[in-house]
Write a protein that binds this ligand. Structure first.
Ligand code: 13P
Length: 304
């Protein structure tokens, strides 16, 4: 099957279906290149909710498509590879979350990272992404906040608040980021001593301590636009390098930490064509669960 054949068929189906193709910036280069929009989790969930297209092809992982469905239940949200999950979201244990909430007491509120199952979102005051986690926690009207499920992002928010709020942090992690290779970061810094170092808050604290900025993927895009540096070491999933090279072809980028997410590489052009042709697999949730999760997801979409 020639690549131009599949691209032509995707274009025709996209028009016929009135579809918007969204791609997270960790997606393979060929998927980013055909998307209508490439962005971070926050940007894409807002685009899914506000765009006029009745069909959304979500090139990402399941919690992202679920979040789009929660915000835009009248649209058909397609996840071209239904096995593209998120181990962080899948590892959240509702019993352990409830135990932490009980320990925190009735005056506490829960802020749930969007990388989580819908049931956990429904049990929370607000959701957040890495782009607005600090603002969402700051705005939550309680000084005691349960933060779940990513322990590194929670710890980063806690340190940034400098004691202004007490955080009780669920001990989950994104294994892709949490196992990032520190020696690789340190040797890359020796190779490129002039480079600015940007790392994702899901990486371990030792990464932040060796970085110039700790930012979500959208924050990295904005920081590079403002920066005078010519070279950047990027501590997040390696798909981000294609995004940055596309936006800033005159700068140089190197991924650090050997960070690779196999789930983010599951979507293929053939799978996009198939899902547009069959309008499946469509991601849905039971209506009552969707409605219970909506309040927390809306607070996320409206912050930052
Ligand atoms: P962003 O919110 O920066 O897009 O990150 C998404 C994510 O899943 C990180 O692992």
């Amino acid at each position: 099957m020639s690549s131009s054949g599949v691209l032509d068929r995707i274009q025709a189906l996209r028009r016929e279906r009135g579809a918007l193709i969204l791609a997270h910036c960790y997606q393979p280069a060929g998927i980013q290149d055909i998307a209508d929009r490439v962005g971070d989790s926050l940007d894409l969930s807002r685009a899914a909710a506000s765009s006029p297209e009745p069909v959304i092809v979500f090139c990402g992982v399941r919690f992202m498509a679920e979040t789009a469905h929660i915000l835009a239940p009248g649209k058909t949200v397609l996840l071209p590879d239904p096995t593209a999950g998120c181990p962080l979201a899948d590892s959240l244990d509702m019993g352990a979350l409830r135990a932490l909430q009980e320990m925190a007491g009735p005056s506490s509120l829960t802020v749930m990272y969007v990388n989580s199952p819908a049931e956990a979102k429904a049990a929370s005051y607000a959701c957040c992404t890495s782009a607005n986690a600090l603002q969402v926690v700051e705005r939550a009207p309680s000084n005691r906040v349960v933060f779940a499920p990513d322990r590194n992002l929670g710890e980063f928010v806690s340190r940034s608040l400098e004691g202004r709020k007490e955080l009780l942090i669920y001990q989950g992690c994104c294994t892709t980021h949490a196992n990032a290779d520190l020696d690789d970061l340190l040797s890359s810094k020796r190779d490129w001593p002039d480079a600015e170092v940007l790392v994702h808050p899901e990486t371990p604290p030792a990464f932040w301590e060796n970085a110039d900025f700790v930012l979500g993927t959208g924050g990295m895009v904005r920081r590079i636009r403002e920066s005078a540096a010519g070279r950047f070491l990027i501590g997040t999933e390696r798909g981000m390098i294609h995004r940055l090279e596309t936006l800033y072809p005159e700068r140089s980028f190197r991924v650090v930490g050997s960070i690779f997410c196999p789930n983010m590489k599951k979507v293929t052009l053939e799978a996009i064509e198939r899902s547009l042709a069959t309008l499946s697999p469509a991601i849905t949730l039971p209506a009552e669960l969707r409605e219970r999760a909506l309040r927390a997801v809306r607070r996320m979409a409206e912050t930052g």
